[in-house]
Design a protein around this ligand. Structure first.
Ligand code: PMP
Length: 344
């Protein structure tokens, strides 16, 4: 009898079960032990593979999706890439209505993964028929059998992390986790993971990372939607100027804000210390740990898990570009970060 070949049936089998890696240097001097959950190890290089796969699988179970069906969403970010990847493997069309503010790199990446991209003007109200919300909604309504992912308001987003990320972390830490630190965008990652972990041990402390310019932290503290808190900022994928239904505030103990500049430099430090080349929000999450350590959040017994949402390669023209950093005014206080290229 021939031995069975060791191969996966498709790339989709590689979604989830991401590694947990001990941080050895960047958390030096902080009490306790620190572990990074590397979501970049998903085949689409981010945590969004988990929600994209879960939502598409559910739609199939409900008989909504048939071969050739259309999947619609309004993001140029990680969710769009994950949806496009899964749509290709499963034989669906993926239509992404994105703002014309999105970078060429991002749009090219989505098209390279087989998605059809509708470029919509950024400078119109959400109710305008040309806005990416309106365009996605219209395609969905006019196309029977299509699925609108709507990640900010989709309960399956949170459920995907409740079913996968939470159990993985519990198992990997052998139930010893004391703190979960995660960025909050739709809030699906932190809420679903927190719900599972708190069901196992209500004492696990869950801390969300928010951006300056986002209304999320204040809403958690006061229940008030304060639009004075909202202004534009540079970190992509976390914080929001609305309250997403996918965020379950009751499972989050507190939020902490980090600045665009600190998050960018901490992402660079993460590469230079741990060899972890991760995205902008990964820098934000580690920056939050640093700030929490100065507030004496951790003790010698702490076992802290930090979710790092995506890979650094998506940010070559942003935080890993000295030119971009210079344009943001970030480099002036960091002379040692100036270009390290040696011209011969
Ligand atoms: N980081 C990045 C890079 C993201 O794209 C997202 C998703 N918007 C998040 C963090 C936050 O994840 P969630 O939407 O599950 O809160």
């Amino acid at each position: 009898m021939k031995e069975e070949i060791e191969a996966h049936e498709s790339i989709l089998e590689l979604v989830g079960n991401t590694p947990l890696v001990r941080l050895n240097k960047i958390t030096n001097g902080f009490p306790g032990a620190y572990y990074a959950k590397l979501e970049a190890f998903n085949p689409g290089h981010s945590a969004k593979d988990r929600i994209a796969l879960h939502i598409i699988n559910k739609a199939e179970e409900q008989g909504v999706l048939k071969p050739g069906s259309i999947i619609v969403e309004t993001t140029s970010g990680n969710t769009g890439f994950s949806l496009a990847m899964i749509a290709m493997v499963k034989g669906y069309q993926c239509i992404l209505a994105v703002s014309d503010k999105s970078s060429h790199d991002k749009i090219d990446m989505l098209r390279a993964m087989g998605a059809k991209v509708y470029l919509c003007p950024a400078k119109v109200e959400p109710e305008d028929p040309r806005s990416y919300y309106s365009v996605a909604k219209r395609i969905h309504e006019e196309t029977p059998g299509s699925v609108y992912i709507n990640q900010y308001f989709n309960e399956l987003n949170t459920e995907a992390h409740y079913l996968t990320t939470g159990p993985e972390i519990w198992k990997q830490t052998k139930g010893q986790i004391t703190h979960l630190i995660a960025c909050s965008g739709t809030g699906g990652t932190i809420s679903g993971t927190a719900k599972y972990l708190k069901e196992q041990n209500p004492n696990v402390k869950v801390i969300g990372v928010d951006a300056y310019g986002s209304i999320i932290k204040k809403y958690h503290e006061t229940g008030e939607v304060d639009m004075n808190e909202a202004y534009s900022y540079r970190i992509e994928g976390m914080g929001k100027n609305l309250i997403p239904a996918a965020t379950k505030f009751e499972f989050i103990d507190r939020f902490i804000k980090v600045s665009d500049e600190d998050a960018a430099f901490t992402a660079r430090d993460l590469a230079h210390t741990e060899g972890l080349f991760m995205g902008y929000t990964s820098g934000a999450a580690i920056q939050a740990v640093k700030q929490l350590a100065t507030e004496n959040e951790f003790t010698a017994d702490s076992k802290v898990v930090i979710i790092l949402p995506d890979h650094g390669s998506r940010y070559m023209t942003k935080i890993y570009s000295d030119q971009w950093m210079e344009e943001q005014g970030f480099l002036k206080d960091h002379p040692t970060e100036q270009t390290k290229v040696v011209y011969i």
